[in-house]
Design a protein around this ligand. Structure first.
Ligand code: FAD
Length: 449
């Protein structure tokens, strides 16, 4: 990497493209939601980029890539910066490429759309619903997150109970990326080739255009149901997720005392009860009520789709927003992303949880079935204890996607993906894209730069 660069030279060469080197703005543009992890807070809080750039076209992205290669400058792409594990924190400084001004919907038709990466997800849905379609899935940061950022760093969210993860075949159809080769160029990846950029933290190319599959839009009724017993709530969640006759989009279950952290919903959350935060099709509300009754639940909150659109959506209490609300009350809380896969395993781990662990479930489709996963809350004491909790859960057969590490592999299945590494070697031979995030990638020796 070039440590002697004078960024004024870079700014001059980028004439016509907006840039900033203002310290306060750079601080904001360098960080994400890494602070949900006390471990990452210590490691990442002082990392900063040196210059932020705001391209508005693919041609400008190409121009920036050429300059980074010429001066051997690290480049980290940023969408809305809502990632959780320091995904867009520049470990080695350099250029922050803020993609938010590339926010055009190129075309939209039933079932499929083509967008620039900076399009915000909720803004996209507003347009798509005009023709009766919507995103297949979206994170709880839906209002602010970008589509490019979700592909680069996200994985699941509302809609995943039907369509699985964004990485599941068919959800992302095609991307255009700018490479960081000796001569940067624009290339297209189609079909299974898109795996090279999915959840790659921007280490394998700068996405400049995406083609995504859509889902038919329904009027989503937002509902809270409460239960006396946690496992009954969990079984209800499984039954709703499996129910072919009730169209749904969100099945989120929270063990007591998590509901206490949802300050704005206290009127609907009786003390000591476990709750389900749900989105179901208004057309299927009657059979849904029967299902709640079958599991001895009680509906305490119900908003029609049009009412729900006016206020804060229940979505913003689910997925990792649950952690956000909990941390607003107690900053000592952190979380673990956990796949239980079966209710039997969940029950065993629930019984072992004690006061230290609070179970929060999200149902999502994995292969041919819906499975319980979620973001359990942990009362943090030490790193050693957190690792012990992870090990104990893995011994029981649960899968933990560790949110307390910043490499792609360690936050996933701990395996190096040789295909992704080979792709990176080809399109980023100097290792300039978001350096330090792909563990399997060996940087070229400094002297060759
Ligand atoms: P950023 O954080 O800006 O970027 C994410 C990663 O993608 C970075 O590594 C970045 O370098 C890369 N990237 C961004 N744009 C591009 C591009 N154009 N080309 C190449 N790489 C790019 N995630 C979920 O999956 N589901 C959830 O439900 C969810 N809930 C959350 C709740 C809270 C409270 C918080 C703080 C986070 C949550 N997240 C969740 C994580 C995050 O919000 C999502 O992954 C979101 O989609 C990221 O979008 P972004 O625009 O903020 O991306």
């Amino acid at each position: 990497m070039n440590t002697d660069i004078n960024y004024q030279t870079v700014v001059r060469e980028l004439a016509g493209i907006e840039t900033t080197s203002d310290r306060d703005r750079l601080t904001k543009l360098s960080l994400d939601y890494y602070h949900f992890s006390p471990i990452l807070t210590d490691k990442l809080q002082n990392k900063r980029g040196d210059l932020a750039v705001f391209p508005t076209t693919e041609a400008e992205v190409l121009q920036i890539a050429r300059l980074c290669v010429k001066y051997k400058l690290p480049l980290t792409v940023r969408g809305a910066g809502t990632g959780n594990y320091g995904q867009c924190i520049p470990l080695e400084g350099g250029i922050i490429l803020d993609i938010s001004k590339m926010n055009q919907i190129k075309w939209l038709k039933p079932g499929i759309a083509c967008v620039e990466p900076g399009v915000k997800m909720a803004a996209f849905d507003k347009k798509a619903r005009e023709i009766g379609w919507e995103l297949r899935m979206a994170p709880s940061t839906y209002r602010t997150a970008t589509i490019g950022g979700f592909v680069g760093g996200g994985s699941v969210g509302m809609g995943s109970v039907n369509y699985g993860q964004i990485s599941d075949r068919g959800n992302l159809r095609r991307v255009r990326i700018v490479t960081m080769e000796e001569q940067p160029q624009v290339i297209e990846l189609q079909g299974d080739e898109v795996k090279n950029v999915l959840h790659a933290y921007g280490t394998t190319g700068i996405i400049t255009e995406l083609e995504i599959s859509l889902a038919p839009a329904y009027p989503w009724q937002e509902v809270i149901a409460v239960f006396d017993d946690f496992m009954t709530a969990a079984k209800f969640g499984q039954a709703l997720s499996d129910s072919g006759g009730i169209v749904k989009k969100l099945v989120s279950i929270h063990a007591d005392p998590i509901p206490r952290y949802f300050t704005a919903l206290q009127n609907y959350l009786p003390q000591g009860k476990h709750c389900a935060l749900l989105m179901v099709s208004e057309y299927d509300f009657a059979p849904f009520q029967d299902l709640v009754k079958e599991y001895q639940g009680e509906i305490t909150y119900s908003k029609s789709a049009s009412e729900a659109l006016k206020g804060t959506s229940l979505l913003e209490f689910t997925w990792n927003h649950t952690t956000l609300h909990a941390r607003n009350v107690d900053t000592n809380l952190t979380y673990l992303q956990t796949f239980y896969f079966t209710l039997e395993r969940l029950e065993k781990l629930y019984q072992q949880a004690g006061d230290e662990i609070m179970i929060h479930l999200e149902f999502l489709r994995a292969g041919d079935k819906a499975v319980p996963a979620g973001l359990q809350l942990i009362r943090y004491t030490t790193e050693a204890r957190l690792n012990e909790i992870i090990r104990d859960r893995e011994v029981e057969g649960a899968f933990i996607a560790n949110p307390h590490v910043f490499t792609i592999e360690d936050g996933g299945n701990k395996q190096i993906d040789p295909q992704k590494v080979a792709f990176k070697q080809k399109i980023d031979p100097y290792g300039l894209l978001n350096p330090g995030k792909m563990r399997g990638y060996q940087k070229p020796v400094e002297s060759s730069l």
